[in-house]
Design a protein around this ligand. Structure first.
Ligand SMILES: [Zn+2]
Length: 135
């Protein structure tokens, strides 16, 4: 007997429906049952840049949890330097940093003064975290 093979070369085993997690309560739910919205968030830099920078996609199990999440982001200040720092961190990645400011500017699309302000913001935030560690 011939084994049936789907296109792509793998035997058919049934499809697993995509699942999502609620950003508030972490319950898993079928992706098509999740509710979503975009909110402004200066800590969120998109890999693609452009209009997606500074926007976070929230996912929730229902309207009530989505509204709680939305409210939390409404109260969170949008800090341009934080967004620029997120873009710089995305370009630098976890490895050793050997880029010049001019190269960083080219890769992030930021102006050099914005990169300097982002670095100052980032360093001040690190200092504050060291001086006032969280719980
Ligand atoms: Zn939830």
């Amino acid at each position: 007997m011939w084994k049936r093979v789907r296109r792509g070369g793998r035997p058919h085993r049934g499809t697993v429906p995509p699942v999502d997690l609620c950003d508030l309560c972490a319950v898993t739910l079928p992706a098509d049952h999740a509710v979503r919205c975009l909110v402004p968030d200066s800590s969120c830099a998109s890999a693609r840049g452009g209009r997606a920078d500074g926007l976070r996609l929230l996912t929730a199990c229902g309207e009530e949890h989505l509204e709680e999440l939305r409210e939390a982001y409404r109260r969170r200040p949008f800090v341009e330097e934080e967004l620029w720092a997120a873009k710089v961190a995305q370009v630098l990645g976890p490895g050793p940093h050997a880029l010049t400011v001019a190269e960083l500017a080219r890769r992030t699309g930021l102006h050099e003064p914005e990169i300097h302000r982002a670095v100052v913001w980032h360093n001040r935030r690190l200092r504050e975290a060291r001086e006032h560690p969280g719980p």
